[in-house]
Design a protein around this ligand. Structure first.
Ligand SMILES: [Zn+2]
Length: 165
């Protein structure tokens, strides 16, 4: 912190460290013995006062940008190249937005018609109906059931399809 004052004798502008306030010096311009005032135009030193705001304005603009970055995942308009990678899954979510998460269970035994196993056909048809976009996952299931034909408990399998629809 410097005290800036004008020599009372020659009006030369002088800058003295604040620690020298109240002491007497010889004016470097006119040689007159003068007393440094205890107050004056106080500055922050060699840097002009305007030098202090930039770092804080950079910090505040950086802080202002941060929320924008946080908003990127939820924006529904195409953004910059930076978010190209996250976009595909977002599109899927957006296409499925408003749709409920559902499950559909297909048991193999239920697909047997007149002795013909139409399980693959049935599952394929359902998957094409759901479309890959809304497909969340497929899980294999196995279950016990009472087979009327053989009068025995049988173990069979099927799939549990999780999708949005
Ligand atoms: Zn002077």
């Amino acid at each position: 912190m410097d005290i800036i004052f004008n020599c009372p004798n020659c009006d030369q502008e002088l800058a003295v460290d604040q620690s020298g306030a109240g002491t007497q010096i010889d004016c470097p311009s006119c040689g007159q013995n003068i007393t440094i005032p205890t107050s004056g135009k106080v500055t922050t030193g060699p840097l002009p006062p305007a030098a202090t705001p930039p770092p804080s304005s950079i910090a505040s603009s950086a802080a202002a940008r941060a929320p924008l970055h946080l908003k990127v995942p939820v924006r529904d308009t195409p953004g910059e190249m930076l978010i190209d990678k996250p976009r595909p899954p977002l599109e899927v979510v957006q296409k499925g937005a408003g749709k409920k998460l559902r499950i559909h269970t297909i048991r193999r035994a239920a697909c047997v018609e007149s002795g013909h196993d139409r399980f693959d056909e049935t599952v394929s048809a359902f998957l094409n109906e759901v479309t890959e976009t809304n497909l969340v996952g497929i899980h294999v299931i196995s279950y016990d059931f009472f087979d009327v034909a053989t009068q025995k408990m049988m173990t069979d399998y099927g799939v549990l399809i999780v999708y949005r629809g």
